[in-house]
Each structure stands twice: as structure tokens, then as C-alpha cells.
Design a protein around this ligand. Structure first.
Ligand SMILES: Cc1cc2nc3c(=O)[nH]c(=O)nc-3n(C[C@H](O)[C@H](O)[C@H](O)COP(=O)(O)OP(=O)(O)OC[C@H]3O[C@@H](n4cnc5c(N)ncnc54)[C@H](O)[C@@H]3O)c2cc1C
Length: 472
């Protein structure tokens, strides 16, 4: 532990109380590794403030003693942004004690939640007010509002409601000099120049600590319909998307799942069952919703799927007959990452290309990767309607235990080059963190890199906010 760290820890304990400082390694250990278990960092302490003023105190101490901080929410991020450096030079700044929902206003359609509020908790609070926060993802039981804003998270409802960027009405944050920015007014219109709130969304804790977020709400769901559909190819899945969109505004989610991903879930997730009898090369999970109780979305989706079947767009479909079945369909989709983790080594690429280009990209890129790296399986699943696929490369059963370390970088460079050649992005929704920093530096335009570095330098000249992340 450095002298600066020791002084910060002692001072934080004196000013914030013992609950705010964790130095027992057994308590810190689980937070030093990323969700995929690939990155392992070190830190002598975890500071856990309980209010915005306490966060500001900690940040001022960090600046005074030149001690870097790594903000952390639920630690479910996929790019290693919340994992501290291995040399133990930084302290973890856990936001999980800041877990109050300050307000839920159905009238303003805005909720204000502190950074450490878990997404699912916010969902329940909005429901109580007959409203809904329309962003969800597989990690909803652990990821936090601060983490979601800091990664500009997407999820399965982006098709209709956009990413966090469109759902955040304002941000409260502590800047690296300890000053507090309060953007929580929730104004719909506010044109006072650069939007600091928008700048902090997706900033991955590199220029501020988000302490609270004003979030846009929509009316609660009055009816939903969920179907599991078998299709021959990603192109058929896109045809289905466009067909449904041409017939109704109710489409909320459309997720693509390749057969091998489904099989992994069936193998590793107890109690899971395939919704369709036959086998299909690709599957699509479709959800339609309405806030109008009079609209029969179930009947509407059934009719649309039967027309799609007749038109040869889809091969088979199962419409969930009750909420439990609908949840079971979603569980199949949400469990893919977990099933892959249980299966073995996987290289994850979270990529986007133009929506209409995705089917061809997915098929071509899979073939090219599998022929360039014999033995691997290249597969894809995810948010087809957003042009965003989780393009994963799995080690074959023959692979050595250090496959990821030995071949990972080369395969990732290969995939990223294909994405850039297709005009896409190497990070659609998971951010850059530490995992994608080298590739970001290699592939981003000089203009983008220059602007990013200038912003970082201007706001965090001492380099105390999450060093080694995002900004190359
Ligand atoms: C099963 C599973 C499914 C997932 N599905 C999706 C998906 O569909 N779409 C998607 O976008 N992501 C998905 N994710 C990734 C992840 O859940 C999101 O990135 C989420 O936003 C991370 O939130 P968190 O609270 O866990 O943040 P963390 O992992 O703790 O942190 C993520 C980044 O944000 C920074 N940070 C955290 N809190 C703050 C704060 N208060 N102030 C400043 N910086 C902060 C951290 O320093 C780090 O850089 C999934 C993850 C899992 C495990």
C-alpha cells in the first residue's frame, strides 16, 4: 500500500465512518475479477460512500493524495471497465451503498435513482407507480443505474426505446476536482451548450463518478405477447422483423439465437426446454407489447406469425400462452452468456453493422473465422433489430487451457477488421473498458482519439478517474 493510499483510507474512515471503508481482503476479493472471470486486478481497499457529498469527499481526497479510483456498480460489465489494475495502485470505489430511489413521478414520467440502485429494483418501483423503465438485460438482478449510464447500456428493448442515452433525462455526478454537477431537473428542453450529462453517459467512469440519474419512464405494459420462432437463416429473421414492423407499432424486442447457442442453454441451465419440437438453424424471440388494455397483442402476433408462416418467412412458431411461459422463453435468451461461461473458453465480440447488412455479415464472418482458425466455432446471437450481434468465437474441445491467451488477440483482430470493413463498430453496447482499448487505438479515427484524449486531459488532468480504461 502506498503512503497516499494509507492516508486516503485513514482519512475516509475518519470522515465517512467505518462502514465506508473495506480493507478485509475476503470482502474485496469478489470485486477484483470481472464477470467473465478473465481479468484479475488488485486493490488494498474498497471505499463505499453512502451519499453524493461523501463521494465528493473521497474524490477530493483522491486528488489530494494522487490515488486513482475505479468506480464500480454491479461488476457485470463485459469489457473489464470496473476491474482495477493488477499493480494495486487504485482503490475500488463501490457505489452500491448509494441505493436510494429518490423519486418516481408518473406525472413527469421521470424517476430519480441513485447510482447503486439495481436495475430490477427500479423496475419494481416504476411498476408500483403504474409506469415502466423500458430497458432490461440479462444482468438486471445485479447491474446498477450508475453502471448502465456509464456504459450506455442497451439490452433487449432498444428497438423501441433506444439505449440509456435516450432514456437518461439528466445526471448528477462528482467531477475529478470534487465539484458536483447537478443535472437532475429532468428538463425536456435545455440547450445550454455542450451536454455534460450526455458526455458522462458511456464515459465508463473515466471523467466523473455518476451519483444519481434522472430516468425517463413510459406507461406500464397492459398486455404483451412473446413468441419463439424457428427460421432458416438470419436473412429470414430480418424479413420477419420488417414484416412485423410494417403491420404494427407494438414490436418491442426481436432477438436472434443460433441453434448451437440454444443447445448450450439446454445443456447448462437446469429446467430449460426448447419451445419448438423440430430443430431449426436459427431462432427468433419476438415480443410485442401495448400500454392499451383494449389491444389484443396476443391475437395480433398470432395472426402475423401465421401470415409469415404462409409466406415462407418462418418455419415454425410457438406463442407463449401465459406469463410463466413468456418468462421461460426470455430465460433461454438471457442465459446464453451464462451457458457459454459454463461450457468453456469464449471470445466475445459485441459488434454492430447497419441493420440490413447484419444477416450477410453474420454468415460470411462466421465462415471466414472458422476457415482461418480451424477448430473454432463462430456464432452469433442478440439484437438483430439494432444491427447488434454478440459475435462469439468458441474454442473447440481440443483447445489448450491457454487458448484464449495464445490465440485470442489474433482472432479478435481478424473479427474487428471484418467489422470495420463492413462499416461497423467494434463495441455496440459493452464499451471499451480495458479489453478493447488496444483495438480501439488501432482502429479509431485520429479525430475521435484526439477529441477523447483532449476531454480526458481537460477534466481529469491528474489521471485519478479509472486510469487505463477507455481512453488509449
Ligand atoms: C448476463 C449478462 C447480460 C448482459 N446483457 C447486456 C445487454 O444486453 N446489453 C448491455 O449493454 N450490456 C449487457 N451486459 C453488460 C452489463 O450488464 C452492462 O454493461 C451494465 O451496464 C454494467 O452495469 P454495472 O453496474 O454492473 O457496472 P460495472 O460493471 O460495475 O461497471 C461498468 C463500467 O461503468 C463504470 N461505472 C460503474 N458505476 C459507475 C458510476 N456510478 N459512475 C461512474 N462510472 C461507473 C465502471 O468503472 C466501469 O467502467 C450484460 C451482462 C451480463 C452479465
Amino acid at each position: 500500500m502506498t503512503d497516499g493510499q494509507a492516508r486516503l483510507i485513514a482519512e475516509a474512515e475518519r470522515r465517512l465512518g467505518p462502514k465506508a471503508v473495506v480493507t478485509d481482503m475476503a470482502d474485496i476479493e469478489p470485486w477484483l475479477t470481472d464477470w467473465r472471470g478473465r481479468l484479475h486486478g488488485a486493490s488494498p481497499a474498497m471505499i463505499a460512500p453512502a451519499s453524493t457529498e461523501e463521494v465528493a469527499e473521497v474524490v477530493r481526497l483522491a486528488a489530494e493524495h494522487r490515488v486513482p479510483l475505479v468506480p464500480q456498480g454491479g461488476n457485470t460489465g463485459m469489457s473489464g471497465g470496473a476491474t482495477p489494475p493488477v499493480d494495486g495502485s487504485a482503490l475500488l470505489l463501490s457505489m452500491r451503498r448509494m441505493n436510494r430511489i429518490r423519486s418516481v413521478s408518473a406525472e413527469n414520467r421521470v424517476a430519480v435513482a441513485e447510482a447503486g440502485v439495481v436495475l430490477e429494483t427500479l423496475h419494481h418501483a416504476a411498476e408500483k407507480a403504474m409506469m415502466r423503465f423500458p430497458l432490461t438485460l440479462g444482468s438486471r438482478g445485479s447491474c446498477t443505474i450508475g453502471g448502465l449510464a456509464s456504459t450506455n447500456a442497451g439490452g433487449t428493448q432498444v428497438l423501441k426505446f433506444g439505449t440509456m442515452r435516450s432514456l437518461v433525462a439528466g445526471v448528477e455526478a462528482v467531477l475529478p476536482d470534487g465539484s458536483i454537477h447537478n443535472g437532475l431537473s429532468g428538463l425536456k428542453k435545455d440547450n445550454r451548450g455542450y451536454s455534460l450529462d450526455q458526455l458522462l453517459i458511456g464515459a465508463e467512469g473515466t471523467i466523473a463518478v455518476i451519483t444519481a440519474v434522472a430516468l425517463r419512464l413510459v406507461p406500464a405494459v397492459a398486455g404483451r405477447a412473446v413468441a419463439w420462432v424457428g427460421v432458416a437463416s438470419p436473412a429470414h429473421a430480418l424479413d420477419l422483423l420488417r414484416f412485423i414492423q410494417s403491420q404494427t407499432d407494438s414490436l418491442e424486442g426481436l432477438e436472434l439465437v443460433r441453434e448451437d447457442c440454444l443447445q448450450l442453454v439446454l445443456k447448462h441451465v437446469p429446467g430449460s426446454r426448447s419451445p419448438l419440437r423440430g430443430s431449426h438453424a436459427w431462432h427468433v424471440l419476438v415480443e410485442t407489447t401495448t400500454a392499451r388494455a383494449a389491444l389484443d397483442v396476443g391475437g395480433q402476433l398470432e395472426r402475423l406469425l401465421s401470415e409469415a408462416l404462409k409466406a415462407g418467412i418462418i418455419a415454425d412458431a410457438a406463442l407463449a400462452t401465459n406469463e410463466a411461459q413468456a418468462d421461460a422463453f426470455w430465460k433461454l435468451r438471457d442465459s446464453i452468456s451464462e451457458a457459454e461461461r459454463a461450457e468453456g473458453q469464449t471470445l466475445a465480440h459485441d459488434v454492430s453493422v447497419a441493420v440490413a447488412d447484419m444477416p450477410k455479415f453474420l454468415v460470411d464472418a462466421s465462415e471466414q473465422v472458422e476457415s482461418a482458425f480451424p477448430g473454432v466455432t463462430a456464432t452469433g446471437f442478440g439484437h438483430l433489430g439494432d444491427g447488434n450481434i454478440h459475435f462469439h468465437v468458441r474454442a473447440g474441445s481440443h483447445a489448450a487451457s491457454d487458448w484464449y491467451e495464445r490465440e485470442g488477440d489474433e482472432i479478435t483482430r481478424f473479427v474487428d477488421d471484418l467489422v470495420i470493413a463492413a462499416g461497423g463498430s467494434i463495441s455496440a453496447e459493452h464499451g471499451i473498458g480495458q479489453l478493447k482499448r488496444a483495438e480501439f487505438a488501432r482502429l479509431a479515427s485520429p479525430a475521435r482519439l484526439h477529441a477523447l484524449r483532449a476531454i480526458k486531459q481537460a477534466l481529469d488532468p491528474l489521471g485519478i478517474m479509472n486510469p487505463g480504461k477507455l481512453v488509449p
